[in-house]
Design a protein around this ligand. Structure first.
Ligand code: HSE
Length: 401
């Protein structure tokens, strides 16, 4: 039997125990041997839970136990997760984690340590929850040059935008309701400001090109400024508004961004609604391939973590090669990225729009005193410069059609 230790008995950690218990027999068959939990590290005690007999409060107990071959890290954050994960790998234990903050910040270093110790650092659950995307990037899409990754990577924002579209409600109202129902965190900043999706697209892009992409370099825009009026225009155009984590290589240059975009039904991500996530990867040979499923939630995320545990058991003393060099990839400045924009503007500036923008396409959603228009594709800094000459500029959203 393989003995594992779980760091953190929160939502995902307890989900890992549940998945291991529910599917014990088939997991044992697929892993080639039984998988048993020896320790669960948590600050708290759980007197009414059978896990209590395995609870330890001191990480050193796990580190010092040669019977523990695999450490599952489901604590979240980087402190103390980084230190615990690093010491586990250095101590010759494989690590499986769901922690995107940890992977985005220290992925290259931890992959390198795992390789040097002939163990594995696996992180399928860190992006897209239960959706297989890390292993496909690492093992299945290896014949292709990745041209683009486009993902709906945050369930909370997708839920909010879906509800705004269906009910015509404003952001603040839907957020409040989502918080009351437990779909959004009390502090929703990381989700609604795009920081969560930013870490996820940084991880995917690092893996796609085998080199470190710093999430701090990725332009990130949240959904807090999207209004019910924006959806009126979207409805008129038959478009949806979704938040995307996007990265693409054009002429050897890397562009990346997290931002809301309008898309139409010809985009495979158009129908991805509610808390679901999806990632569309474009390869130069394969074309588009899409991965869809539950991007969060206890059992879905734990399922991905346990799949990593099975992989680690199957590869005891063999490092599954992950290419993630720590040499940094340069992300091109956002001002140089080319996009189309949907713009709302005071109606009295319509003529000026016609003079200044090339071929603007106007949309009237019947809102008093304003008009919308679509620009042609243009560099972001050119757009910003041009639009700054309009007193009546109200808002803009990027357009993916
Ligand atoms: N807060 C995240 C989301 C959870 O809403 O998608 C998964 O990382």
């Amino acid at each position: 039997m393989i003995k594992i230790a779980i760091l953190g008995y929160g939502t995902v950690g307890s989900g890992v125990v549940e998945v291991l218990n529910t599917n014990a027999a088939l997991i044992a068959r697929r892993a080639g041997q039984e998988v048993g939990v020896k320790y669960v590290l948590d600050l708290r005690d759980f007197p009414d839970d059978p896990v209590q007999s395995k609870i330890v409060h001191d990480f050193q107990v796990i580190l010092d136990d040669p019977e523990v071959d695999i450490v599952v890290e489901t604590m979240g954050g980087t402190k103390p997760a980084y230190e615990y994960v690093k010491r586990s790998l250095q101590g010759g234990k494989s690590v499986c984690t769901s922690n995107k903050e940890l992977v985005a910040a220290y992925g290259a270093e931890l992959v390198h340590i795992a390789k040097s110790r002939n163990v594995n650092f696996l992180f399928e659950a860190s992006v897209g929850g239960g959706i297989p995307i890390i292993r496909p990037l690492n093992q299945s899409l290896t014949a292709d040059r990745i041209e683009q990754i486009n993902g709906i990577l945050n369930g909370t924002t997708n839920y909010i935008l879906t509800k705004m579209a269906r009910e015509g409600s404003d952001f603040e109202d839907v957020l409040k309701e989502a918080q009351e129902l437990g779909y959004a965190e009390k502090d929703p900043t990381a989700d609604v400001e795009g920081f969560d999706a930013c870490r996820k697209i940084a991880i995917l892009t690092s893996l796609a090109y085998g080199q470190q992409v710093d999430y701090e370099d990725i332009y990130t825009e949240g959904i807090t400024k999207i209004t019910a009026n924006d959806f009126k225009y979207a409805g008129k155009m038959g478009a949806a508004i979704k938040t995307f984590g996007t990265s693409k290589k054009i002429g050897g240059r890397l562009y990346a961004m997290v931002a809301p975009q309008m898309i139409k039904s010809d985009n495979p991500l158009f129908a991805v609604n509610d808390v679901f996530n999806a990632v569309c990867v474009t390869g130069n040979m394969l074309g588009d391939v899409m991965f869809y499923g539950k991007g969060a939630g206890k059992k879905a995320t734990a399922s991905a973590v346990v799949s990593d545990v099975v992989d680690a058991v199957k590869h005891m003393n063999v490092n599954v090669m992950t290419i993630w060099e720590d040499e940094k990839q340069v992300v091109s400045p956002i001002g140089e990225m080319k996009n189309r924009f949907f713009v709302r503007i005071r109606k009295d500036e319509k003529e000026k729009v016609e003079e200044v923008f090339e071929n603007p396409e106007f949309i009237d959603a019947g809102i008093d005193g304003e008009i919308g228009f679509l620009t042609e594709e243009m560099a972001e800094d050119n757009f910003e410069k041009t639009i700054s000459g309009f007193d009546g500029f109200l808002s803009r959203i990027r357009v993916g059609f």
